[in-house]
Design a protein around this ligand. Structure first.
Ligand SMILES: [Zn+2]
Ligand SMILES: [Zn+2]
Length: 366
């Protein structure tokens, strides 16, 4: 079938909307007509060529839409269902069985390779095979092929075209606080970065009832947004040479939790110095390769500190995505306020705007 996709032809190049051919669903595949797809930092990172797959490529891993066709073995959803797409997991390994699919033993093969597990690609551009099946979806297109493990039904009334970010960025931020760190009511927290993930973390912290929610963010408009979402304090890192001292002015004993969305090694180190007794640093920002785990072992023992790497907010999408939609419908997770929509043809402008801090979360609409 002919579809339109936002194709990237070479590493670091621009995206262009092109007509490509997508396979009919195999027995375990689900064809989804995309209503909207979020732009996540991971897409931009992968488009730069660092992931080792071939180009041209169709990326995109925060899709939402309507089921158009299902393979013979698919039982979870039916034609016409409204769905959110998320990361893919096997459903059978030890971690999946424990409700921890973000650490599925087959996570790389199912999400990061850019092809089906048998090596075939589901999208073609003329005679060329196109890197596809990114996060089991490649949803930068009018249609995407997904699987039972990475589709979650959305209830009527939920704003379908902007639900895609719940499948990655929002679940990483909100889940990081609500699931991975499980911050308890009354606890104190510093969040580094006020982008879509950091601001979703603020919303999650408010849901959890954290008492001090401190956000470190260089863009003034994002600090203002953090305040609106419930941050109790904001810090401009450009004007704050000693972050730990600034945080300890607010919470003298140090915070119970720190949450990093930036991946900046010097900031990770500073966040360790913000922690109080038995504090935990959760990290979702991707640091440069070979960055050591931050901190100091003697201090870690003395104060009982931990560092926790986090994928997808430890979300089990089948339960957490419906929970987030219910919170949104109750007005308690207003992630829609992060979103600015663009048409597919405007993707390169959208990337520039997001990079310049002019918008927080881009959602691309066919
Ligand atoms: Zn698994
Ligand atoms: Zn993502």
């Amino acid at each position: 079938m002919k579809i339109e996709a936002m194709v990237i032809n070479e590493p670091g190049g621009a995206f262009s909307t092109q007509s490509v051919e997508i396979d009919d669903p195999r027995p375990d595949e689900i064809l989804v007509r995309i209503a909207g797809v979020g732009l996540c930092h991971t897409d931009i990172d992968a488009s730069g060529g660092a992931w080792g797959f071939s180009f041209p490529a169709v990326l995109g891993h925060e899709g939402s839409g309507v089921v158009e066709k299902v393979g013979a073995d698919v039982k979870k959803v039916a034609v016409g269902d409204r769905v959110v797409l998320t990361f893919r997991s096997c459903g059978e390994c030890k971690r999946c069985a424990a409700g921890e699919p973000a650490y599925c033993h087959f996570m790389p093969a199912l999400n990061y390779v850019g092809a089906r597990t048998d090596g075939s690609k589901s999208i073609r551009l003329g005679d060329d095979e196109v890197t596809s099946n990114f996060f089991g979806q490649s949803s930068f297109a009018t249609y995407a092929l997904a699987y039972e493990r990475n589709v979650v039904r959305a209830p009527e009334g939920a704003p379908l075209e902007i639900l895609g970010p719940l499948g990655c960025g929002v679940q990483t931020g909100a889940g990081g606080i609500m699931r991975s760190l499980a911050c308890e009511a009354g606890s104190s927290l510093v969040i580094a970065g006020g982008g879509a993930v950091g601001l979703s973390a603020v919303m999650g912290a408010v849901v959890q009832g954290c008492s001090q929610i401190i956000v470190v963010e260089p863009y003034e408009q994002r600090r203002a947004l953090a305040r609106e979402f419930g941050a109790t304090h904001v810090i401009d890192p450009k004007a704050t040479p000693d972050l730990a001292a600034a945080v300890r002015e607010i919470v003298p004993i140090g915070v119970d939790y720190a949450f990093d969305t930036t991946g900046r090694p010097e900031l990770l180190q500073a966040l360790m110095d913000c922690l109080g007794p038995h504090g935990t640093l959760g990290v979702v920002g991707i640091p440069p390769p070979d960055t050591p785990v931050p901190g100091n072992m003697l201090k870690a023992i003395t104060f009982g500190h931990s560092v926790k790497g986090i994928i997808e907010g430890d979300s089990d999408p089948d339960t957490f995505i419906p929970e987030m939609i219910a919170l949104h419908q109750a007005g308690r997770l207003p992630f829609d306020r992060l979103v600015r929509t663009y048409r597919f043809a405007e993707i390169n402008q959208a990337i520039r705007d997001q990079h310049a801090g002019e918008c927080v979360k881009v959602v691309l609409i066919p």
